[in-house]
Ligand binder design. Sequence first.
Ligand SMILES: NC(=O)C1=CN([C@@H]2O[C@H](COP(=O)(O)OP(=O)(O)OC[C@H]3O[C@@H](n4cnc5c(N)ncnc54)[C@H](O)[C@@H]3O)[C@@H](O)[C@H]2O)C=CC1
Ligand SMILES: O=C(O)C1=N[C@H](C(=O)O)C[C@H](O)C1
Length: 269
Amino acid sequence: MTDLPGIVITGASGRMGQMLVKTVSESDKARLVGCVERAGHPWIGQDIGVAMGGPELGVTVTDDALVAFSRAQAVIDFSAPAATVEFVKLAAQARACHVIGTTGLAPEHLRHIELAARHAPIVRAGNMSLGVNLLVQLTRKVAAALDADFDIEVVEAHHRHKVDAPSGTALMLGEAAAEGRGVELGEVADRGRDGITGARERGHIGFSAIRGGDIVGEHDVIFAADGERIVLRHVATDRAIFARGALKAALWGQDRAPGEYDMFDVLGL
Ligand SMILES: NC(=O)C1=CN([C@@H]2O[C@H](COP(=O)(O)OP(=O)(O)OC[C@H]3O[C@@H](n4cnc5c(N)ncnc54)[C@H](O)[C@@H]3O)[C@@H](O)[C@H]2O)C=CC1
Ligand SMILES: O=C(O)C1=N[C@H](C(=O)O)C[C@H](O)C1
C-alpha cells in the first residue's frame, strides 16, 4: 500500500476539497498524505476525516504547504488564485506534480504557473470532467464547420457561492469556439452585456452567467442562425466528476517531465 503515489489536497475543507479527500482516500491507486488549509482555519490540527464528520483518516490538516508537499508525488489544488500562485512555487520546489483546478486566474497568475512549470509538471484545466473536455473538442469542430451566420453564445450556470465569471469552463468553450473559427477570443468576446449595448456584432462570441442555489455547473454553447439553432450542453450533477478527473491527472502527471499540461493530454483527446 505504501508505494502508492502520495497526494496532498489543498483547500481541503472546501466544496471540491472535501470531494477530493473522499475520492483520494477511497482510491486503490493513490494514498492521501496531506491536507492543507489557510492559516487560521478552524480545521488546522484536526484529523481531516473527523473534521469532515466521518472516521479518522490519519491525516492532520496543516497550513504548512511546503512540508506537506515534500511528502507527496502530486498536489491537487482547487483553492483560490492567490493561494494557487503560492502553491505552484512550493510544489515546484518539492518537485511534485501540481494539478490545478482553480479558476479565475488572471494573466499575472498564469505567468507564475509558466515559470514554475520549468521545474515540475503542472496539469491545469478549468474543468477536469471527461464530459466537458469532450464538449470542448466538439465545440471547436462545430465552430470550424459553421461560418459567422451562426452567432456563438456560451451560457453557464453555477451555485450562489461561485466568485468568478465567466466560469473557467465557459472560457475554455469560448477559446475552443474562437480557435475553430480561426479568431482570437480576446478580440471577439462580449462579456457582461447591460444597458443599450447596440445590436450584436457579427462574429462575436457572447458569455452569460447565471448564479443561484446549489447548481453544480451547467454549460451551453449555442450556435444561433436564422431559422435554426444548435445547442451543445453539459450538465454536472455531482462534483465527483471533477475529483475523478483531478485524481486521474495526478496519477498521469506524477512522473512527467516539467511542463504545462491539460486534460486533453491526460485523457488523450
Ligand atoms: N477545474 C475544475 O474541474 C473545477 C474547478 N473548480 C474551481 O475550484 C476552486 C474551488 O472551488 P470550491 O471548492 O467550490 O470553493 P470553496 O470556496 O468551497 O473552497 C476553496 C477552499 O480553498 C481554501 N483556501 C483559500 N485560500 C487558501 C490558502 N491560502 N491556503 C489553503 N487553502 C486556501 C478555502 O479555505 C476553501 O476551503 C474554484 O476556483 C472553482 O472555480 C471547482 C470545481 C471544478
Ligand atoms: O466553481 C465551481 O463550482 C466550478 N468551477 C469550474 C468552472 O469555473 O468552470 C468548473 C465547474 O463548472 C464547477
